[in-house]
Design a protein around this ligand. Structure first.
Ligand SMILES: Nc1ncnc2c1ncn2[C@@H]1O[C@H](COP(=O)(O)OP(=O)(O)OP(=O)(O)O)[C@@H](O)[C@H]1O
Length: 609
């Protein structure tokens, strides 16, 4: 069923052809005092500096899109790999802790904001943001549990992220933190491990990036070994797909611009040599897909022994069957410091309880945070479900697309994402749409990396405003102007549905999701009806009837609460009394969230925004 995911794992794994290298731990024996990025190269009388970092003083003008040039399948050929549109050398205006940074030759740091970098820097955080409907998030219920939960903040100004990061937040035009950021950033800045669940499109990337960048800037880490061909990142961000890793890398580069913190990405399907060159120039934060990282670890090109921050984005997917062995290998069987010695952050919009249980192996005395119910979809997305027999799906799709055009909902500001089950199905539907006059492209695990990136690029630009995709595009991708997600084939798992429809209705914007349902999807009837009802959607009567017959499909939302949307540690079956930590008795509830306990039992902090 999850072909495309397995394939994506497989594809990454096929890159793991390097010889087994020795464990890099042996390379690191010398330790002297660490020079934080903001102080690198900075002469100071008061405190003698350790020798500067070992990365050769070379340029930083890399691109996250490292593949060779390829022609467009849609006539939009543009040899722009390696050149992010509009990127130019950035201004060298100060910023940074201590006013400068850059052990990695920041004078050549590419400006990730293009020409926008220095606009509105005078703008303060309390000005209105454009385009983001923050009111949409105001009444989202928030639950936190764990010991001594730090209180949330209301503004970025309340968080001590440092001037350089604050400037970048303004450059991103973020005016105030989203709810998950309000809670997660103070928790992470306090050094706590975190399992965070928040709805799609609600700003989780920044929620884990800001504390990592800030922590590296102010941290006092041991000097990393120099003169060896192994690199020692301080932070590792893992994500399940190449495109998502590239996106996180792009975001993290914006957030860390002119901080001296260097972010590098490594993913499969792209030439490893170019990624190795980037790594050798120095890396503080490594963003990676698991397969390529294992390859780099086996070649002893990367050591994890200096990791202080570990973030798993789409953490439930990372610990699902396809990825779990690789993740365990990376986190538990290489040279990464154990929980407690590193800070671990797990983020997703969905967190089934069995995965929460697995995930707890990676965490130490963690805080659980749920913004909205675990696995719920945002009511910014209007959900529709239509009964369509398999044989009628294409003509039904065409009716929908024609109706969109008739209503002026098409073009580059109204992109349509169509999810199908199989790679073959994606190719076939793309072809059929194209011969019927709808400019479409497709993305799936059998396409080359170049083709995948090209498909995303032409879709984002609106050259092909219809993208047919397997689940490889279901998670994390933040594509502006996706106004309609169509589940041509429904997934078999409600959480996958939540992620798929979450490609629209992001950052406070509204969106539309249409699902084609038929007898082949009976196991989805109940979870789908429940989810729609919870999100205040109109549930068709026929779907309610199917749901009431309960076909016993896989529904992860079992146990406790309507959707079981809470910390699994509160389940009675979870018993750590045998000498373990009781997370709920005597927990110091931070209060101050409106003092709403939410009825989750003693010791559990709950909050309502
Ligand atoms: N504080 C903020 N103010 C305005 N926009 C923001 C803010 N934080 C994040 N965004 C924007 O919101 C969008 C969604 O953010 P992001 O991709 O991090 O969501 P997410 O929660 O990780 O979604 P998903 O669950 O699909 O991975 C992005 O375009 C991001 O730039």
């Amino acid at each position: 069923m999850r072909n495309s995911w397995a394939d994506s794992v497989e594809n990454v794994a096929t890159d793991n052809v390097g010889p087994s290298g020795g464990n890099a731990a042996s390379a690191s024996t010398r330790r002297s005092s660490y020079v934080p990025p903001h102080l690198r190269n900075k002469p100071t009388a008061a405190e003698p500096l350790a020798p500067s970092q070992g990365g050769p003083p070379s340029g930083n003008d890399r691109s996250g899109f490292n593949g060779p040039t390829s022609g467009s399948r849609w006539g939009g050929s543009r040899p722009d790999y390696g050149r992010q549109g509009g990127y130019s050398g950035g201004s060298r205006s100060g910023g940074g802790w201590g006013g400068r940074g850059g052990g990695w030759s920041r004078e050549r740091e590419v400006n990730p904001f293009g020409n926008d970098a220095d606009v509105d820097l005078e703008q303060s955080f309390d000005q209105e943001n454009t385009g983001i409907n923050f009111d949409a998030y105001e009444d989202i219920p928030v639950e936190t549990s764990g010991q001594n939960v730090p209180p949330p903040v209301n503004t970025f100004a309340e968080i001590d992220l440092g001037e350089a990061v604050n400037l970048n937040i303004r450059r991103c035009k973020y005016v105030k933190p989203t709810p998950v950021q309000r809670y997660a950033i103070p928790i992470s800045l306090a050094g706590r491990d975190l399992m965070a669940c928040a709805q799609t499109g609600s700003g989780k990337t920044a929620a884990f990036c800001f504390p990592i960048i800030s922590g590296i800037m102010r941290g006092n880490f041991p000097q990393r070994p120099r003169g060896v061909r192994t690199v020692f990142p301080l932070a590792l961000i893992l994500s399940p797909t190449r495109e998502l890793s590239m996106q996180i890398h792009e975001e993290a580069k914006k957030f860390s611009y002119q901080t001296g913190v260097r972010v590098v990405v490594a993913y499969g399907g792209a030439p490893i040599n170019q990624q190795l060159r980037e790594l050798e120039r120095g890396v503080d934060i490594l963003v990676a897909t698991p397969g390529r990282l294992v390859d780099l670890l086996e070649r002893a090109k990367v050591s994890l022994q200096m990791i202080r921050y570990l973030a798993l984005d789409e953490a439930d997917r990372m610990l699902d069957m396809g990825f779990e062995p690789q993740i365990r290998r990376i986190v538990e069987q290489m040279d990464m410091p154990p929980p407690g010695e590193r800070q671990t952050m797990l983020f997703s919009a969905t967190f089934p309880k069995e995965i929460q249980r697995l995930a707890s192996d990676f965490l130490a005395n963690y805080i659980f945070l749920a913004v909205g119910r675990v696995g719920s979809s945002t009511d910014l997305i209007v959900q529709r479900v239509e009964f369509v027999h398999d044989g009628d799906k294409r003509s039904h799709l065409m009716d929908l697309l024609h109706a969109q055009m008739a209503n002026g909902i098409h073009g580059k500001h109204a992109l349509t994402l169509v999810f199908v089950e199989t790679k073959k199905g994606a190719d076939a539907l793309e072809h059929w749409l194209c011969i019927n006059g709808f400019p479409a492209t497709a993305i799936h695990g059998d396409r080359t990396q170049q083709e995948r990136e090209q498909a995303l690029r032409t879709f984002k630009r609106g050259d092909t405003p219809i993208l047919v995709a397997t689940d490889v595009a279901a998670r994390g991708l933040d594509i502006p102007h996706v106004s309609h997600v169509i589940n041509f084939d429904l997934p078999n798992d409600i959480d996958d549905y939540v992620h798929r429809i979450g490609r629209t209705g992001r950052a406070g914007n509204t969106g539309l999701a249409t699902a084609f349902f038929n007898e082949g999807n009976l196991s989805m009837a109940k979870p789908l009806a429940d989810l729609m009802q919870e999100a205040n959607q109109e549930v068709p009567e026929w779907l309610t009837r199917y749901a009431s017959r309960s076909y016993g499909g896989r529904n992860r939302r079992t146990g406790g609460g309507r959707f079981g949307g809470r910390d699994f540690r509160r389940d009675s079956s979870y018993n750590r009394s045998g000498g373990g930590v009781n997370y709920y008795d005597g927990g110091n509830n931070s209060g101050g969230y409106g003092n709403h306990s939410g009825g989750y039992g003693p010791g559990v902090t709950s909050a309502w925004d």
